[in-house]
Design a protein. Structure first.
Length: 283
């Protein structure tokens, strides 16, 4: 039975820089357009008033989950202590919010490269950090999802299979996979097999079209994806992460060099309808 909850990333509404004003705007928009969940990309500074945000979420009947993308100065192979400290701080914020999931790029600093493939020595360091932070998360009742990203953003975890292999080396029950269809479209040979391979280790999915636009209007093979999700009886969140150039501050951080066809609200609303239609089709 395919029974997910539907979410929107804050990036559907605001730039990747949380402020009290922009955060409340994202919460209100998420509620208005009919989503269940808001995925909050935590600021690296951890300047985030969790108590106030928790009340705002409750006032608008919206659940939350958290994500974090490691900055360059927390690239795990080079800076394991700094990365560990930051991930634990993010877990503390998630716990304050009453959130039970932290996903994101938790293997490397986006844009950090050595010019060589990942080494065995780097794998050891990564697994050591993951083992420590997953144990910390388990005490807080939080699951962690590791998001592979494409080869132009990282050399550490770029596809589901290699990421799963590293995850399994930790033997951590609360450590799993966070897939993103934008990156899958670049790195995977299809959208079905990685889902089935992950099985109950698939904790989270970002729903994104190949051009970051309207779901169903690009190159992502959505039927393959939903067949896989149905096969594993996926019950996690499906979180929309597409962007509109209507939000000017998003253009640079998300490389929106061409104007979007849709404004943010229409993009979110119609993409949500598409996700619900596909779930109904494969139930």
């Amino acid at each position: 039975m395919l029974n997910p909850k539907f979410g929107a990333s804050i990036l559907s509404w605001i730039p990747p820089h949380w402020t009290p004003e922009s955060g409340l705007h994202a919460i209100k928009k998420t509620a208005k357009t009919g989503f269940d969940i808001l995925e909050i990309l935590l600021p690296v500074s951890m300047d985030f008033d969790a108590a106030t945000v928790k009340k705002q979420l409750r006032d608008h009947n919206i659940e939350a989950i958290c994500s974090l993308n490691l900055p360059k100065n927390c690239h795990i192979p080079f800076h394991p202590l700094e990365a560990t400290t930051l991930i634990k701080a993010a877990l503390d914020k998630a716990a304050e919010l009453g959130v039970n999931f932290l996903g994101g790029v938790l293997h490397s600093g986006i844009g950090v490269f050595t010019g060589l493939p990942r080494t065995k020595e780097e794998e050891v360091i990564i697994c050591q950090v993951w083992t420590e932070v997953s144990a910390y998360a388990a005490k807080l009742g939080i699951k962690i999802g590791i998001e592979p990203v494409n080869r132009y953003e990282s050399y550490i975890c770029t596809a589901a299979g290699e990421t799963l292999n590293l995850i399994k080396k930790t033997n951590a029950a609360n450590l799993g996979l966070h897939l993103d269809t934008f990156h899958m479209n670049i790195e995977e040979s299809n959208f079905h097999d990685p889902i089935v391979q992950a099985g109950d280790k698939l904790f989270h999915v970002h729903m994104t079209e190949s051009d970051r636009g309207m779901l169903g209007e690009g190159n992502v093979h959505w039927d393959e994806l939903f067949k896989g999700l149905s096969k594993i009886n996926y019950t996690g969140a499906l979180v929309l992460e597409n962007f509109s150039s209507e939000i000017k501050e998003l253009i640079g951080p998300t490389s929106l060099w061409r104007a979007s066809k849709y404004n943010a609200e229409d993009l979110a609303k119609d993409s949500l309808a598409f996700m619900k239609k596909m779930c109904a089709k494969y139930n």
